[in-house]
Design a protein around this ligand. Structure first.
Ligand code: NI
Length: 175
């Protein structure tokens, strides 16, 4: 088990476009180890998602949790496409941008195509908060942070966000 160091905004790794993982490498010891270490890391930070570039690995791998009971799933080489013109606004946070929250408008439904940790290809349709988490994490693979898309007037420090904002049902990627 290893808890990895999380890169913070300003670290160039967060701005690079991550490279695909060759399909035949998905079950290799290196990738299995990285997924395992990322699971330890995201659990330690109490996040709902983590992208490999956030732990200094420039590869197209994200972990996401859509259901506490089911735990995390790994997506490798995800391709995400909006399936609606409708958008919704969600309060987001990011382990790489500690102690900040802000509102981001994103498409409210997406189609995802990716490989799971066993190398199985899949297609999923997500909406609502799940779609937000998926888009936030996949953005990391293209060097995009939520602060690039945030409504800057809503940016808050976490302490002030909790003090002045009624709703806290946002993307609580870190505590
Ligand atoms: Ni993030």
């Amino acid at each position: 088990m290893a808890i990895l160091k999380v890169a913070r905004m300003g670290n160039p790794i967060l701005r690079q476009v991550a490279v695909p993982i060759p399909i035949e490498k998905i079950t290799s010891p290196e990738v299995v180890r990285l997924i395992s270490d990322m699971l330890d890391t995201v659990a330690e930070y109490d996040g709902v998602g983590l992208a490999a570039p956030q732990v200094h690995h420039g590869v197209r791998l994200v972990l996401l949790c859509f259901d506490q009971q089911e735990g995390f799933e790994a997506w490798i080489n995800p391709v995400i496409t909006p399936t609606t013109d409708e958008t919704e606004v969600t309060t987001e946070g990011c382990l790489s941008v500690p102690d900040l929250r802000g509102e981001v408008r994103r498409p409210s439904a997406v189609r995802v195509e990716a490989y799971d940790h066993t190398g199985q290809h899949f297609v999923r349709f997500l909406e609502g908060f799940d779609a937000v988490v998926a888009q936030h994490e996949c953005d990391h693979l293209d060097g995009v942070l939520y602060v690039d898309k945030v409504d800057t007037k809503t940016l808050s420090f976490l302490k002030e966000f909790r003090r002045y904002t009624e709703s806290t049902d946002g993307l609580e990627e870190e505590e």
